[in-house]
Design a protein around this ligand. Structure first.
Ligand SMILES: *[C@@H]1O[C@H](CO)[C@@H](O)[C@H](O)[C@H]1NC(C)=O
Ligand SMILES: *[C@@H]1O[C@H](CO)[C@@H](O)[C@H](O)[C@H]1NC(C)=O
Ligand SMILES: *[C@@H]1O[C@H](CO)[C@@H](O)[C@H](O)[C@H]1NC(C)=O
Ligand SMILES: *[C@@H]1O[C@H](CO)[C@@H](O)[C@H](O)[C@H]1NC(C)=O
Ligand SMILES: *[C@@H]1O[C@H](CO)[C@@H](O)[C@H](O)[C@H]1NC(C)=O
Ligand SMILES: *[C@@H]1O[C@H](CO)[C@@H](O)[C@H](O)[C@H]1NC(C)=O
Ligand SMILES: *[C@@H]1O[C@H](CO)[C@@H](O)[C@H](O)[C@H]1NC(C)=O
Ligand SMILES: *[C@@H]1O[C@H](CO)[C@@H](O)[C@H](O)[C@H]1NC(C)=O
Length: 321
C-alpha cells in the first residue's frame, strides 16, 4: 500500500494509469452497440454536445481530467489497491483497501447515484443537451471506471498496480501495468499501436463474440451482479474477478527478464484481456440500460408506467421507445 502511495505521487505524470486512451474509447463504442434506444436517447442529453451522444468518444476524458490540477482529486478513483500477495494469496476487501478519498469501487457507487438523479431530470425534461456538468461528468466517469475495474492491475496493490514492476516487451523497457493497459492488446490485434481505425475490426470481433456467447465464461455470469441498486456490491465483485487474475496469471510466472512479447506471456494473456474488455463493455451497457429503465428503489419504473411518452419530450427523430 505504502509502496503504491509513494509510487503514485512521484509517478503521477508519467505512468500509465488506465487502459490506453483508445482501449477506453473502444470499450465505450462496444457498449454503445448494446444500449437500448431509450438509453441512447437519454444519454445524449446527459453528455455535453461535443460528444454527440457517444459514450465511446467520452470514455477517455477521465484520465485527462485526473491529470489536471482541478481534477487531481479523482486520480485515485481509477483503481483499488489490494493488500494481498499474488500469486500466493489474492484478496480484495473494500473496507481494508478503499482509502479515504475513494477508489474505483466507491467512485462507481457514487457516480451511479448521481447519474440516477440526472436520468430522472432528463425524463422530466429539465436536463437537455448536457447542460448539467455534474451529470456529464458522472456518465463519463462511470463509462471510464467500468473499463478500469475490469483491468486486472487496477485491482492490485502489488508494485503500485504493476507500475513499478519493470519488464521488457518487444525489446522495449516498460512496466507491467503498461503491458496490460495496451501492449498485450495491440499485440493481440496485430497492430503496432492502437488507433481507433486499426483496432475497430478487433473490437467488432469481440462484440460478435459477446452476441454469440463465445467466451470461456458465459455472458450470463458476467451479468450476475448488474443491478445499480447494489452498486458497491457489484463493483466489489468485478474488482475481485480482476484481482484474482493477478494470482491466476499476471504474477504466476517467472519473468527473469524475458521479453514478454515472445516468451508466451502475451499470448497466454490474450484470452484474459479479450474476456475482461468484453465484460467491461457489456456490464457498462447493462448498467446504463438498467439505470434508464428504472428500478424499484427509486420509483423510476413509476415514471415509465405513468408517463410512457417521456421519450417524446426528447425531440424529433429520437422517439425510438
Ligand atoms: C452524431 O450522431 C448521429 C446519430 O448517431 C450521426 O448520425 C451523426 O453523423 C453524428 N455526427 C457527428 C458530427 O459525428
Ligand atoms: C479515438 O477516438 C476518440 C473519440 O473520437 C478520440 O478522442 C481519440 O483521440 C481517438 N484516438 C485516436 C488514436 O485516433
Ligand atoms: C462523489 O462525487 C462527487 C463529485 O461528482 C464528489 O464531490 C464527492 O466527494 C464524491 N463522494 C464520494 C464519497 O466519493
Ligand atoms: C445537476 O445535477 C446534480 C445531480 O443530479 C444536482 O444535484 C444539481 O442540482 C443539478 N444542477 C442543476 C443546476 O440543475
Ligand atoms: C525500473 O525502471 C525505471 C525506469 O527505467 C528505473 O528508474 C527503476 O529504477 C527501475 N526499477 C527497478 C526495480 O529496477
Ligand atoms: C533490442 O534493444 C537493444 C538495446 O536498445 C538493441 O541493442 C538490440 O539491437 C535490440 N534488439 C532487437 C532484436 O531489436
Ligand atoms: C500460470 O497460469 C497459467 C494460466 O492459468 C497457466 O497456464 C500456467 O501454467 C501458470 N504458470 C505457473 C508457473 O503456475
Ligand atoms: C528464473 O530465475 C530463477 C531464480 O533466479 C531460476 O531458479 C529459474 O531457473 C529461472 N528460470 C528461467 C526460465 O530461466
Amino acid at each position: 500500500m505504502l509502496f503504491h502511495i509513494l509510487g503514485a505521487s512521484s509517478l503521477l505524470l508519467t505512468v500509465a494509469t488506465a487502459w490506453n486512451t483508445d482501449v477506453h474509447n473502444q470499450i465505450g463504442f462496444m457498449a454503445e452497440t448494446f444500449l437500448t434506444p431509450p438509453t441512447t436517447s437519454v444519454l445524449q442529453h446527459v453528455l455535453e454536445p461535443q460528444y454527440n451522444g457517444s459514450i465511446g468518444r467520452a470514455a477517455d476524458w477521465a484520465d485527462a481530467y485526473a491529470h489536471t490540477p482541478e481534477g487531481s482529486f479523482s486520480y485515485q478513483w481509477h483503481w483499488i489497491d489490494s493488500a494481498d500477495e499474488p500469486p500466493t494469496s489474492c484478496s480484495l476487501c473494500y473496507e481494508r483497501d478503499c482509502p479515504e478519498g475513494g477508489c474505483v469501487v466507491s467512485a462507481i457507487a457514487n457516480q451511479t447515484e448521481i447519474l440516477r438523479g440526472c436520468i430522472a431530470d432528463v425524463k422530466r425534461g429539465i436536463l437537455t443537451d448536457g447542460s448539467n456538468i455534474t451529470c456529464s461528468y458522472a456518465l463519463k466517469w462511470l463509462t471510464h471506471f467500468h473499463g478500469d475495474i475490469n483491468q486486472p492491475l487496477h485491482a492490485s496493490g502489488t508494485a503500485a498496480g504493476g507500475n513499478l514492476f519493470n519488464v521488457t516487451f518487444n525489446n522495449i523497457s516498460t512496466e507491467l501495468h503498461a503491458v496490460w493497459d495496451g501492449y498485450i492488446i495491440y499485440s493481440d490485434a496485430s497492430v503496432p499501436r492502437f488507433s481507433n481505425q486499426s483496432i475497430a475490426p478487433f473490437m467488432s470481433s469481440l462484440v460478435s463474440r459477446i452476441r454469440a456467447d463465445d467466451f470461456s465464461q458465459p455472458t450470463a455470469e458476467w451479468l450476475a451482479c448488474t443491478d445499480p441498486a447494489t452498486s458497491s456490491e457489484c463493483a466489489v465483485s468485478w474488482a475481485r474477478e480482476s484481482n484474482q487474475w493477478t494470482c491466476d496469471y499476471v504474477y504466476n510466472q517467472t519473468y527473469n527478464g524475458t521479453d514478454l512479447a515472445i516468451s508466451g506471456y502475451a499470448k497466454g494473456a490474450y484470452p484474459i484481456v479479450e474476456l475482461q474488455i468484453s465484460k467491461a463493455a457489456l456490464r457498462l451497457a447493462t448498467w446504463l440500460n438498467r439505470l434508464v429503465a428504472g428500478d424499484h428503489t427509486t420509483g423510476q419504473e413509476m415514471i415509465l408506467q405513468t408517463d410512457p411518452n417521456w421519450v417524446q419530450k426528447l425531440g424529433d427523430g429520437e422517439q425510438r421507445i
